[in-house]
Design a protein around this ligand. Structure first.
Ligand code: HEC
Length: 177
């Protein structure tokens, strides 16, 4: 068998550490190393650093703000349906994309791109953030639907509704910055 040829050294980098060890022990060591590496990677995946999580949510809200600005410019001025569809779909995708998973324990305070502006009350047992997030998802989905099927006046009305869901959540759970 190829791996048991005399003189064949499959893992030369282990030789200085374990000069006398036999092949099956080397394999066991390598397997353990591999499993440890994989487990660490899995843990890292399950629990990203608080700083990373705060960055993600701040970025998500920046993308939401970018697209809200696009819708606003259109409903207040020259209306370009295609542009409004794109922007509304982007907001709805993020609003329905599980933003809640970016508000995990350990991210009540701390820095992402900058100091978080979340209020600790968002994490409290009696938090209404779930309701606010659901309203946000619902109204943004409706905005996307109207953008594709309706006219400027209806989209403008729905955009105002959506704006109220931003404000409701910010009033309770985002400090002014
Ligand atoms: C369910 C609650 C909630 C809703 C709904 C919501 N936000 Fe926010 N928003 C937050 C929280 C909490 C933060 C603070 C995030 C942080 O700094 O960690 C935030 C931060 C922001 C930021 C600042 C991002 C940064 O760089 O720090 C902007 C801009 C923003 N939101 C815009 C909006 C807009 C526009 C809407 C509606 C279209 C909206 N948000 C809807 C809770 C919400």
């Amino acid at each position: 068998m190829l791996l048991s040829w005399p003189g064949y050294e499959p893992f030369p980098f282990l030789k200085p550490i374990f000069p006398d060890m036999n092949l099956s022990f080397k394999r066991a060591v390598l397997a353990t190393l591999a499993i440890t590496t994989l487990s660490l990677a899995a843990i890292a995946q399950q629990a990203p650093k608080p700083e990373q999580v705060i960055k993600w949510r701040q970025s998500a809200f920046q993308v939401i703000a970018w697209n809200s600005g696009r819708v606003k410019a259109n409903v207040d001025g020259q209306y370009n349906k295609e542009e409004v569809v794109k922007a509304s779909n982007s907001i709805a995708a993020i609003a329905n994309g599980g933003l809640g998973s970016l508000f995990i324990a350990g991210t009540e305070t701390g820095k992402g791109w900058h100091e978080t502006s979340v209020k600790p009350a968002l994490f409290a047992a009696d938090s209404k953030v779930g309701e606010y997030a659901a309203a946000f998802a619902k109204e943004s989905t409706e905005l996307a639907r109207l953008a594709a099927t309706s006219d400027q006046a209806h989209v403008k009305e729905q955009f105002a509704k959506l704006g109220r869901t931003c404000k409701a959540c910010h009033d309770d759970y985002k400090s002014k910055d």
